[in-house]
Design a protein around this ligand. Sequence first.
Ligand code: ZN
Ligand code: ZN
Length: 293
Amino acid sequence: MVQLVVLREAQAVGTGVLVGMIVSGAHFVLERLGFEGFRVLEARGICRRFIPDCKRPLLQHPEGNLWTVFLPYVLLGTAIARCWYGDMATRMELMPQGLLPTFCFLWIGMVLHDTWFFLVHRLMHSVKILYRRIHQGHHENTAGVTALGTSTGEAADVGLCFVAFHFLVFLYLYRQPSWNLPTVAVYTFFEEVVNITGHCGYKTPLWLHALLTGGVGLTPWAATSKTHYIHHVDCRYNRALYFTWWDRLFETHTDRHPLIKEDLKRTSSFANLMNDLSRFWAANITSRLASVR
Ligand SMILES: [Zn+2]
Ligand SMILES: [Zn+2]
């Protein structure tokens, strides 16, 4: 009996390690592909960098990146495996659902994760010790365009911001009479893509933004590729990931930053317009005053 329990636990840990390897490997490939993809789109004039003269280290901590994602997902994988050998596998549906239910799952998942992410992320920026111990490493990856920038020390950050939420999703699914694997895969994929896009530092046209967010990015006040990038330029702003609702509510939202060239241009053209107007009125008033005298 004891041997059977030990064997089951070992089997669960083994599955957890396998899950960790699959997720970290997939993350590694997707992140690299995402950054390289944006470089190709930039070369074709489809996307442009928010800060073109910013350094471009591109690849940082490739090994650390693997470990950071691997470690927390081993824990989640082990937890899933222990239930999997119960009856969760038998309640799994493999046939894809229709577009609408898949989109609803994706949208609701992103709304809920956005709330979770905002709360945890805000806490990390508000409590100094949490910031220094857990989140600071992530902000070493500043405005430089960098793939695989996650170092090993950030496992707790990934664990709290993402894996803990995935554990809640898993608990929800565990309690359902059935659950759909392709729908969960779609959610996980777009969550990953939105996260990668937010770190690339490229302005995306609307069609690409809609594509990369699975359509969720067309929701009013959804975040864009610029939103999280501004957070890395200036961490006082934009602590949510998919939408800007929470940041607007807590007055930490901005969609402009002086370090971003297009905003500078917008500021300077606006400033120029104001200057022109003030010069025009000043000239008019002066000439009228002169005629009155
Ligand atoms: Zn980030
Ligand atoms: Zn942050």
